[in-house]
Design a protein around this ligand. Structure first.
Ligand SMILES: [Zn+2]
Length: 278
């Protein structure tokens, strides 16, 4: 593992620099983070034009990594009321360039089963009342390219590191984002299934496209927690929550390994060059 020298706590100049150093890496999740007890963690409150965001900065062998609960560290905003613009704006202010995001999804296809991890490689947006752009309020006309909403390079690095850690990945899938908070009807899921879309959830949009507007490389890994409506009426196994917790922990370890061991650059993707200003 690549290690960096720690800042000396007795050197005021170095301490000043460390406070202003950019935090280039972030993990966004839908619940509290655990398994990081061995690392120094600092809570950070970030004021943005869209509101205040509280997150944690974890020092992993000298590499600073932001950990954000998208629903709020101390609140629990439901998916349709998450302040997505504040969250991504806060990460941008910290200097974040690379994001791994996780979230719970339902499966619309029999080949993707509860308990499995799936890389999200595209989305279909059925949300209704969300602020989906940093450019919707003013007179600036700007469009963001959605050819590859999820960073292909980060996907490749996640796939390689998962093999190294012997973590099975079920494949890649298209994510249908619904408004919530209600679940989908049988007819809606039947439509998604016939279209060939694999996953359904409530939070990846607009998170991914706001990250793209800020030039970040963003990769999302979904954890399948249930069959979508009408797919299956089997009861959930007794150990299912433990399996999901274990999966979440392993994914976090893989994200940390990529951030601390790999040399990440934005040279091989278009994430930092996706805006078209008119
Ligand atoms: Zn990228």
């Amino acid at each position: 593992m690549r290690r960096k020298n720690k800042q000396s706590s007795s050197d005021p100049v170095k301490n000043l620099v460390s406070k202003t150093d950019p935090v280039r890496f972030c993990v966004i999740s839908g619940s509290s983070i655990f398994g990081l007890e061995d690392y120094e963690t600092t809570e950070r409150s970030v004021e943005t034009a869209y509101g205040r965001v509280v997150l944690d900065i974890v020092d992993v062998h000298g590499t600073k990594i932001a950990f954000m609960s998208r629903h709020g560290k101390y609140q629990c905003h439901p998916p349709h009321q998450i302040n997505y613009r504040a969250n991504i704006s806060a990460l941008n202010q910290l200097g974040v360039q690379f994001v791994f995001a996780t979230g719970a999804v339902g499966s619309c296809q029999p080949e993707f089963k509860p308990g499995e991890a799936v890389i999200i490689d595209d989305f279909v947006d059925f949300t209704k009342n969300r602020d989906e752009s940093f450019f919707q309020d003013g007179c600036t006309v700007c469009h963001v390219n959605m050819t590859e909403p999820y960073c292909r390079r980060l996907q490749e690095q996640f796939t390689a590191k998962s093999k190294h850690y012997e973590q099975p990945i079920a494949g890649k899938g298209t994510y249908v984002c619904t408004e919530g908070p209600r679940f989908e009807t049988r007819a809606e899921i039947g439509f998604y299934r016939k279209m060939g879309w694999e996953l359904v959830g409530m939070t990846s949009v607009p998170e991914v496209l706001l990250a793209k507007e800020k030039g970040m490389c963003y990769c999302a890994v979904a954890m399948i927690t249930n069959w979508a409506t009408g797919m299956d009426d089997q009861p959930v196994p007794a150990d299912f929550l433990d399996r999901i917790s274990a999966l979440k922990h392993r994914l976090n370890q893989i994200f940390l390994a990529i951030f601390t061991e790999d040399q990440l650059t934005q040279d091989g993707c278009s994430c930092n060059n996706s805006l078209l200003h008119l």
